[in-house]
Write a new protein. Structure first.
Ligand code: ADP
Length: 505
């Protein structure tokens, strides 16, 4: 049997033992086929910079994980666990993640390329918060009694859905796992979670903590593997009751078409092309600060990134001047470990090439390149997938850089003159995840919040994300909601019970 751990030392000096197996039934196991996948450091690229090789699941492993998750769903150790004990167990799980936050931040920075500081101060805080928040919900979901006639007593039962397959992306590896695990566990489901093939590592360390927290065997199973194999096998499986997916719209389309054959319950979060509107009466410094933060942080690899900025024409030139200055002073591109780095490398070569390709498309389409527009060499070896923060101005709605999600540090800016025009531009997209508006006019802010086609609106800020507040999109940005109380809807179903109270003839 292969050794299912590897001893690693990250570039920041953190040493640890990385599990490399599939996590099924609270044990790390080999894949039946012997398939593996390899993950690299995107700051160093190239084959010799492999961080680790982990087991990859094929259809047989998926079969095994589903069998184990199904058995766990019916097992008294989970099914009969009181809601309060389930909450306590989750709270212990959150504490264990928090204890290891430096390790998790190290792994995600190494595997994904995000800065260590961002991983530690953003991703890990959120990951712990989400599990803790949902641990509180475990025993606070209430059913209803419904008044009908004196001869009937009617009530509802909120019950778990069953075996849930969760397919997550690479941009926030650990945080995305917790967004999905938190509500699923609070509602009493069992789970098979699949990480993205680019970032398989942190979720396996999470597997160790699942066991340590005392989660019964088979309640959470972790599979790595390629989307087209492991992901598809999960989506197709007839005994998987629900698919919860976060990733690209193209993959969501393919998942939805497969799911239509078994009519599974589904939630999708598919990214966006979120608008940010700046009106002439806005606090310009604030608008520039947020505009920069919410397209350039995390290397622009954020589904809610405000990647289309619309500026009222009388402040257009001034906004651009300040925005370009902010890029120059704040957006330092460098390795994920350097304290000065604001922006690390893109996650892998495909994404790096894709961002550069979109930059070429923008130039060919006639947008004006105000800043960036090229790869960046970091260090003396000149490796890694670094891209300069890039601003295109005078972008029009027919351009692909306006319509398509780039998922990189590239922003498309245009001008508007009236509120009506701003709204038309903002809504001119197939997506509808977030939208930001900067104005001091409260009435206008509320008007726009109503009219804009988005699942979330930020007034005088951008991309606020809080475990207590629902998250999700409209149009092609998704189906269903995560986080907050609304997140529980995705992982539970309501049953109606009619009790005859005496209408015998
Ligand atoms: P991106 O294009 O940003 O890499 P994807 O949508 O391809 O995003 O990936 C998000 C997640 O979906 C990953 O875990 C990936 O392995 C998985 N995935 C990719 N293709 C499929 C598919 N056809 N069916 C199921 N899951 C998939």
């Amino acid at each position: 049997m292969a050794r299912l751990t590897v001893d690693l030392e990250a570039p920041n000096g953190v040493k640890y033992t990385q599990p490399t197996g599939l996590f099924i039934g609270n044990d790390f196991v080999e894949s039946k086929s012997g398939k593996t996948l390899t993950t690299i450091d995107p700051a160093l690229d190239k084959i010799e910079e492999v961080i680790a090789t982990v087991q990859a699941a094929d259809a047989d492993d998926v079969e095994q994980a589903v069998k184990v998750a199904r058995a766990a769903f019916k097992d008294p150790s989970w099914k009969q666990l009181s809601a309060s004990d389930r909450g306590r167990l989750m709270s212990r799980f959150a504490d264990l993640i928090e204890e290891k936050r430096e390790l998790f931040a190290t792994i995600d920075a190494w595997d994904n390329g995000k800065t260590y500081q961002e991983a530690l101060e953003n991703d890990l805080v959120e990951a712990v918060c989400v599990i803790r928040y949902y641990s509180g919900w475990a025993d606070k979901t209430f059913d209803q009694t419904i008044s009908t006639t004196p001869k009937k007593f009617a009530y509802t039962l909120r019950q778990p859905i069953g075996v849930v397959a969760q397919i997550i992306p690479w941009n926030y590896p650990l945080a995305m796992a917790t967004w999905k695990l938190g509500p699923a566990l609070a509602c009493g489901n069992t789970v098979i979670i699949k990480a993205a093939e680019q970032t398989p590592l942190s979720i396996l360390v999470l597997g160790q903590l699942i066991k340590e927290a005392g989660v019964p065997s088979g309640v959470i199973n972790i599979l790595n593997g390629p989307g087209k194999e492991t992901g598809v096998a999960l989506v197709q499986h007839r005994f998987v009751d629900k698919i919860a997916f976060t990733g690209s719209a193209a993959t969501a389309t393919s998942i939805m078409s497969i799911v239509s054959k078994t009519l599974k319950n589904i939630t999708l979060e598919n990214g966006g092309k979120s608008p940010l509107l700046v009106f002439a009466d806005a606090d310009l410094d604030e608008a520039v600060k947020w505009s920069h933060l919410e397209i350039m942080s995390n290397q622009g690899q954020i589904c809610t990134a405000t990647s289309r900025i619309m500026i009222q024409d009388c402040i257009y030139d001034e906004f651009l001047r300040r925005f370009r200055d902010t890029i120059k002073t704040v957006s330092c591109v460098g390795k994920q470990w350097d304290k000065e780095s604001y922006q690390g490398p893109q996650v892998y070569k495909v994404q790096f090439d894709r961002v550069l390709e979109y930059i070429e498309i923008g130039k060919e389409e006639g947008a004006v390149l105000l800043a960036g527009g090229h790869p960046v060499t970091v260090g003396d070896r000149g490796k890694g997938f670094f891209v300069a923060p890039t601003i295109f101005t005078d972008v029009t709605p027919s351009m692909r850089i306006w319509r398509e999600e780039i998922f990189g540090p590239v922003v498309a800016i245009c001008r508007f003159s009236t509120e009506k025009e701003a709204l038309e531009l903002a809504n001119h997209t197939t997506y509808g995840l977030g939208a930001a508006v900067f104005t001091k006019d409260l009435e206008r802010a509320h008007r726009i919040a109503v009219e804009i086609e988005a699942g979330m609106v930020w007034v005088n800020s951008s991309q606020d994300c809080d475990p207590r507040i629902l998250f999700g999109g409209v149009k092609q940005s998704g189906i269903g909601r995560e986080l907050g109380e609304a997140g529980l809807e995705a992982y539970s179903q309501i049953k109606a019970v009619h009790v005859n109270m005496g209408n015998r003839l």
